[in-house]
Design a binder for this molecule. Sequence first.
Ligand code: C5P
Length: 229
Amino acid sequence: MPAAGRGERLGPGTPKALRSLGGAPMLVHAVHALAASRSVDLIVVAAPASQVDEVKAMLGQQELASDISVVSGGETRQDSVARALLALPSDVDVVLVHDAARPLVPPELITSVVSAVRRGAAAVVPAVPVVDTIKQVGDHDEVVGTPDRSRLRAVQTPQGFSRQVLQAAHARADGDTDPATDDAGLVERDGVTVHVIAGHEEAFKVTRPIDLILAEAVLARRRATGGLG
Ligand code: C5P
């Protein structure tokens, strides 16, 4: 679980994963969601380098069905994931990578990703259709293209992989000057087919201040209706 981002687009303050959502840090929600899926044995969190001990203490207090370990994250998301991969025991053969910044991911989505990998896919991403028309722009903010919207998807996490495929992609990409913004992007570079499954609107990433308002509202609705959270 990459959780080492600074969260600058959310405004100044604590690193994003440690910001409060409904009274608990986002990271705590994300960890509970993974553990609640019952298909995750071990969660490795890549925490901000200066907060590793704080995160260890915070997660140590949670009652979870999964084991937890905490490592120091890196300068980029790709780096943070690579560091977390190094902490995996040798008997792990399926790996999910899940952004701490997607704290409200429904456990059913996690289970669907795991099932797709267990059925034989080397790489699986949950995705939703995009609602806006997307423009590609050039160096001077001029539009250079309009991809067919019906073919575009916004991808979410958890993304699921055969451990060997993901680790090989990270090993090859180590030191690249253009780090990938998701893990599927890395394995694509290796020519691996990435399968898309239906994502979930509640697996959105908390990035901007408005996302935090939406997340609070989703959580309040879940609590009012007796759901998770
Ligand atoms: O920056 P972005 O929104 O793509 O971050 C997605 C996830 O990657 C977040 O959970 C963030 O904490 C994590 N991240 C990280 N290490 C970094 C940058 C981002 O673990 N250096």
